[in-house]
Design a protein around this ligand. Structure first.
Ligand code: ZN
Ligand code: ZN
Length: 103
């Protein structure tokens, strides 16, 4: 049944829109609905964010990039921290009193 007063999906003009993309506020149908679990503490309680397929893809790509950056940071901090510990250990050991040498 055609219902002109009902909102239509942005991607499917023949489908009734049931949700709205949270990024672009585009109306989307059930087929287009993509949800993403809320990971931030301030959004606890919500089932997740609703996106259209295009936004979901771009956000997924961005989060992957962020994951790579986080990984690189962890590696850099880990390696830097290890070097710092080694440096501190050498400093401590060089300050230790040397044993008297036997003739
Ligand atoms: Zn649709
Ligand atoms: Zn969207």
């Amino acid at each position: 049944m055609y219902a002109p007063e009902q909102d239509r999906c942005f991607y499917h003009p023949n489908s009734v829109a049931v949700e709205k993309c949270e990024r672009w506020n585009k109306l989307i149908c059930l087929k287009c609905k993509r949800t993403r679990k809320a990971v931030h503490s301030y959004s606890v309680g919500t089932s997740g964010y609703i996106f259209c397929p295009a936004c979901y893809r771009s956000i997924d790509k961005r989060s992957r990039k962020l994951r790579i950056i986080a990984y690189v940071l962890i590696v850099v901090i880990g390696v830097g921290g290890t070097f710092l510990i080694i440096w501190l250990m050498t400093m401590v050991s060089s300050n230790m009193p040397t044993l008297p040498e036997y003739p």
